[in-house]
Design a protein around this ligand. Structure first.
Ligand code: ATP
Ligand code: MG
Length: 695
């Protein structure tokens, strides 16, 4: 009996067990779909199945686990390792202490795509040294091309869409596999008149990427999908893996579904789990149709398992969340139940404004900590990254450490981009964006000279020789020589990584002082970057992984806190997917925010916002607070100026649903604590942030 209690599979309920044991040991396991509500153990079931597969003899290196973030991949790896450890312990096979050491294929579609493309580059006409553009880079390149082919100023009265919009349209076309015309009609109707010009632009954009040997995020999926669809390469790719398991399948797009189908046309060994009620990425082309179509998408029909017991939340939290999602226009009927009783209903906190909201949340977080709920077991969630600004300041002022997921990233800071541009340029001299940025770090080199340099490098067989031979304006010559020397060193074959990163930083430091008057703060970031570099085997892997999985921004801009430190999680709702905390506070649960003013107001958009609130609420295990500031600050487009609006409770909580909540009016308590004068360090930080906000 003692051993049953420790058996990790014993705690599975019958449906979970069915999914875990599905076709175990079969030569060609049938495709399997698990559709179930939040907190019902989908991810957990996936992790158990991985452990079960390995236990039954599957080769870990031939299992592919696709998750929606690196964090999720790591977590899943750990969960599966934990299960496996317990299983092996039970059966007396005390082998290696890290049974999952041989499971390298876990990550996002993009990360796995990048890895496969590096390996297969030679076979599909790509230079293996390709660099990857993040969204920001891709937008910049789109803007550059738009300008070059003369569309920048096109249109007279009506302006041609901005580079960001152009990229969004392009990306949507690629990911949804729909023709441009249809995408314009359905999603960007105000750009329809530009169809012909957009076609020309996208053609030129694709050419530019190819010439410069860069791939954007969409390419990582697109090239992979094309390989998977290839009669020769597809089966070869498929044969790399016996099992392909996908979490959060409701947020995959057409291209991702095509990748899975291409690799496994008969669906053997494929398992997908998801929840249509949690689909929140349709703005990136994700479609719940993937879940609905899954049962018929392979040459053999899939088996479907549903889970109905929720293990995460207390009954009152579940009741409130179920009420919110029950009002959805379209959904798979799912009934979730739990035996986690509690008398505490979720709270609706009515509060005067955002400043009070920040103070209230801070108080609540600290009060819960007094009660024994560690900071790390608490999260504050919001619709848009900018919504946490007031709270961040309050947290800093009250000395509460936090980490923020989603939103402005470390990598988006100008000086970090500078250093990375140096390394990228060395990695791939044809990449114009990096080269353009890097060259202009040299004093005396402006846009025109930089463009001339790139021209020369682009035509030369030997990039180093071209940089050496380049004639900058005379006053820039000395600095140019130093730059050319650095470039040559960085390109030298035998250099031991991360020495290149250090050399690049050392070259850059004096320029940093010239370019920014807060150089010491920024220099610390560069040191951190070099440290990060040390964790990677090569420049190539460093640049790739940094682009695909950027580190999160933190309270002190100095990297994630130490692992043993206790800190609060701040996260956009999108980035909180799949996670859970003992206490969850949702900021700005008001109309205009959820649903967002920015959504177009179409029924589909509004429905997605409803699911977003549902995702937020279902992250909570024991305490759930929704805060409703009455006066709400709206940041608008520059011309219109900012304004305050008087906000209403989010429309997704109808009067009839109020019975599921406790409404609390919160007046300013004016505690001495909250009126404490700001220490100097905070004033500095505020000023610093305000000053750099535009950069
Ligand atoms: P989401 O839809 O939010 O991604 P999910 O369906 O993936 O949720 P999990 O995160 O896997 O749910 O599980 C939610 C919680 O329930 C976790 O804490 C997990 O450990 C726990 N849990 C899952 N199955 C069981 C079980 N059979 N017995 C006890 N706890 C369980
Ligand atoms: Mg999950």
């Amino acid at each position: 009996a003692a051993s049953t209690a420790r058996d990790p599979f014993a705690e599975l309920n019958p449906q979970q067990r069915a999914a875990v044991e599905h076709d175990i040991g079969a030569a060609a396991p049938r495709p399997l779909l698990v559709v179930a509500g939040a907190g019902s153990g989908k991810t957990s079931t996936l992790a158990h199945r991985v452990a079960r597969l390995i236990q039954s003899g599957a080769d870990p290196q031939r299992i592919l686990l696709l998750t929606f973030s690196r964090r999720a991949a790591n977590e899943m790896g750990q969960r599966a390792a934990g299960v496996l450890q317990r299983v092996l312990g039970l059966s007396g096979r005390h082998g290696s202490s890290q049974p999952m050491a041989g499971l390298p294929w876990a990550g996002t579609f993009h990360a796995i795509g990048a890895r496969l493309l590096r390996e297969y580059a030679g076979r599909i006409g790509l230079e293996p040294s390709f660099t990857i553009h993040d969204r920001g880079d891709a937008e910049d390149l789109m803007g550059m091309v738009r300008h070059e082919i003369g569309l920048g100023a096109a249109g007279g009265q009506k302006r041609f869409p901005l580079k960001g919009t152009c990229l969004a349209i392009y990306s949507r076309v690629v990911n949804s596999r729909e023709p441009l015309e249809r995408v314009l009609q359905s999603t960007f109707p105000w750009c329809s008149e530009w169809e012909a010009q957009l076609k020309r632009l996208f053609g030129a954009y694709v050419d530019a990427k190819q010439e410069q040997n860069v791939l954007d995020y969409d390419d990582l999926l697109l090239f992979w999908a094309e390989m998977a669809a290839d009669p020769e390469l597809g089966p070869e790719l498929g044969a790399l893996f016996d099992h392909v398991l996908v979490d959060e399948y409701q947020d995959t797009n057409r291209l991702q579904a095509a990748i899975v189908r291409g690799m496994k046309p008969d669906g053997r060994g494929v398992m997908a789990v998801g929840d249509d009620a949690q689909s929140i990425y349709s703005f990136r082309g994700a479609t719940v149709r993937n879940i609905l179509d899954f049962p018929q998408q392979f040459s053999r029909p899939a088996c479907t398992v549903t889970l109905e017991r929720n293990y995460r939340s207390t009954q009152p939290i579940l009741d409130a969340s179920n009420a919110v999602i029950a009002a959805a226009l379209e959904r798979h009927a799912k009934t979730l139940w739990t035996d986690r009783v509690s008398s505490a209903r979720p709270q609706l906190i009515l509060i005067p404004d955002e400043a009070e909201q920040a103070r209230w949340v801070c108080n609540r977080v600290l009060a819960l900590r007094e009660e024994g709920v560690k900071l790390i077991q608490q999260a504050v969630l919001f619709r848009a990254a900018s919504h946490s600004a007031a709270l961040e300041l309050e947290l800093v002022r009250r000395n509460v450490p936090f980490v923020k997921f989603g939103g402005l990233k470390f990598l988006e800071a100008a000086h970090v981009k500078d250093l990375l541009a140096l390394l990228r340029f060395a990695q791939n001299p044809s990449g114009r964006l990096a080269g353009f940025r890097a060259a202009q770090l040299v004093p005396g080199i402006g846009q025109a000279t930089a463009a001339r340099l790139l021209e020369a490098v682009g035509q030369a067989a030997d990039a180093c020789a071209a940089v050496d031979a380049f004639a900058p304006p005379p006053r820039a010559q000395t600095d140019w020589d130093a730059f050319a020397a650095l470039f040559r060193t960085l390109r030298a074959p035998g250099l031991r990584w991360p020495l290149d990163a250090e050399l690049a930083r050392d070259w850059y430091l004096p320029h940093l002082e010239r370019l920014y008057d807060d150089a010491p703060v920024r220099a610390a970031d560069l040191d951190q970057l070099v440290q990060l570099a040390g964790g990677h085997g090569s420049r190539e892997s460093f640049l790739t992984e940094l682009t695909l999985d950027p580190p999160d921004a933190t309270s002190d801009r100095a990297g994630p806190p130490l692992l043993d430190e206790d800190y609060l999680i701040l996260s956009t709702i999108h980035s909180a997917k799949g996670q859970e905390w003992k206490s969850v506070t949702v900021l700005n649960a008001v109309d205009g925010c959820i649903p967002s003013d920015m959504s177009t107001g179409s029924a589909d958009d509004i429905e997605e916002e409803r699911r977003l609130l549902y995702v937020a609420m279902t992250r909570a295990r024991e305490h759930l607070q929704l805060v409703l500031p009455h006066r709400f600050f709206v940041r608008q487009q520059a011309q219109m100026g900012d304004r305050h609006v008087y906000a209403q409770r989010t429309r997704f909580i109808s009067p009839a649903m109020l019975k599921h909540f406790d409404e609390c009016l919160w007046q300013d308590a004016d505690t001495p604590h909250s009126r404490k004068p700001m220490p100097d360090s905070v004033r500095m930080l505020v000023r610093e942030r305000a000053r750099n906000a535009w950069k």
